[in-house]
Design a protein around this ligand. Structure first.
Ligand code: NAD
Length: 419
């Protein structure tokens, strides 16, 4: 009989797989697992928008609240053609485990609008964001659910959300984080995910007794996370030899001049055509001979088909779920260490937490304080996960999920909300 091809798991099944491994490790009862695996609330909205050419286009948006046992729901808003129900559901669950791993008083949620923001004008994006905010405003709020930027969104989109929510409820800056500094955003929020990644990497190098001086780094994605990582990782003595975006990539074995690359990207809107290196594809970047590979773009980029080709010593997950569970197993068998997303990229939500507290207190922190507190949170989280991995003899991803799942399980039990 011909062998049937194994069906690939969906993104939510991937995240649930990691959750189940952690729940097995912790011997969590089935009834509690059922509460923790599925979402609390899933909202789908229709978003008709009058386009610049006078036509009406109907977009679809989601807001998924996964688990709120540890605090208000918290999670980014993604504008991407593949931001469907399954993807947003997976990302919402990851937020629950992420906020728990770094010890923030939040649950997990995520939003998504299926669109290609690069093809929309500023006015169309503004209208779409307002429509989306008005449609889900009844489940948002500083003590309910607080969006933030993610793939395809930025501080400007957050400003529109604040304004649209304010039209219904009055001035409420704490309803959204990642805002422009002029509107109550926090100093350091823009850089926070990349900076947090660098702080975790510094601790990991210490734990692994790895010398990062001259370490050769490849970064996939040159948006918020990728570009800040590329800018800041030099502080550890690393050299960025390759970066890519959705359309193109660039490599230079002697090291890329990141500030020149930033200028080029700003002017050209793409990395293509940069003169300080040779062109390379995303597939080539993932298989590049380097010390650190940092996926910082979209999900599922490392899969069973290419994990065997990864030549980096360590994969540092700046993006959310860039590695499928098959790829995770292959990388582990091949001795490639993976620093997992729910730890590595938690710097963004951590400074979002600082922004939210500043908004509630109506008090602004200096950037030094933000970065100092961020380092404390990221370092503590790293060592908690590291020690769990050592103690339980498990990879860092499973250790991180175990820490997160255990904290959420404990909160559910303490609250006694199952009656
Ligand atoms: P962004 O929109 O600012 O940048 C995304 C980058 O990825 C761009 O350079 C884009 O060209 C590139 N890209 C898009 N599709 C690609 C593809 N198919 N192949 C290669 N490159 C591609 O997004 P971001 O905010 O930097 O988010 C990147 C990742 O980091 C996402 O997985 C996001 O969920 C995760 N993340 C972001 C934050 C944050 O604070 N922004 C926090 C935690 C995790």
């Amino acid at each position: 009989m011909p062998q049937r091809k194994k069906r690939e798991m969906t993104s939510f099944e991937e995240v649930s797989h990691f959750f189940d491994q952690a729940a097995d490790q912790l011997k969590i009862k089935d009834e509690l697992r059922d509460i923790m695996r599925s979402s609390y609330r899933e909202v789908r909205v229709q978003l008709p928008v009058r386009m610049d050419n006078g036509s009406i286009k109907v977009f679809v948006g989601y807001r998924i609240q996964h688990n709120g046992a540890r605090g208000p729901y918290k999670g980014g808003l993604r504008y991407h053609p593949e931001a469907d129900l399954d993807e947003v559901r997976a990302l919402a669950a990851l937020m629950t485990w992420k906020t728990a791993v770094v010890g923030l008083p939040y649950g997990g949620s995520k939003g998504g609008v299926q669109c290609d923001p690069g093809t929309l004008s500023e006015m169309e994006l503004n209208k779409l964001t307002r429509r989306y905010t008005q449609s889900i405003a009844y489940i948002l709020g500083p003590s309910r659910d607080i969006p933030a930027p993610d793939l395809g969104t930025n501080a400007q989109v957050m400003a529109w959300i604040m304004d649209a929510y304010g039209q219904l409820h009055g001035y409420t800056p704490a309803v959204v984080t990642g805002k422009p500094v002029e509107l109550g955003g926090s100093y350091g929020r823009d850089a926070a995910t990349g900076r947090g990644l660098v702080y975790v990497l510094a601790e990991a190098a210490h734990a692994l007794k790895m010398d990062l001086k001259g370490a050769r780094v490849a970064v996939q994605g040159f948006g918020n996370v990728g570009s800040w990582t590329a800018r800041l990782i030099g502080e550890l003595g690393c050299k960025v030899i390759a970066v890519s975006d959705v359309k193109s990539g660039v490599v230079n074995e002697r090291g890329l001049d990141i500030s020149r690359l930033m200028d080029h990207n700003k002017q050209a809107g793409t990395l293509a055509g940069f003169r300080g290196g040779e062109a390379l594809t995303n597939d080539e970047l993932l298989a590049l001979n380097c010390d650190l590979l940092i996926p910082a773009a979209i999900g599922n980029v490392l899969h069973a088909g290419n994990a065997g080709k990864v030549r980096a010593k360590v994969v540092v997950e700046g993006a959310n779920h860039p590695t499928t569970h098959d790829a995770d197993d292959i990388l582990e068998d091949r001795g490639v260490m993976v620093l997992p997303d729910i730890l590595v990229n938690a710097g963004g939500v951590t400074v979002s937490y600082f922004e939210w507290t500043q908004n509630i207190q109506e008090f602004r922190w200096e950037e030094d304080r933000v970065n100092h507190e961020l380092r404390k949170v990221m370092s503590r989280a790293f060592w908690t996960v590291w020690e769990r991995a050592q103690f339980a003899h498990v990879p860092l991803r499973l250790a991180a999920f175990t820490v997160g799942v255990e904290r959420v399980a404990r909160a559910i039990e303490l609250r006694g909300f199952v009656v």
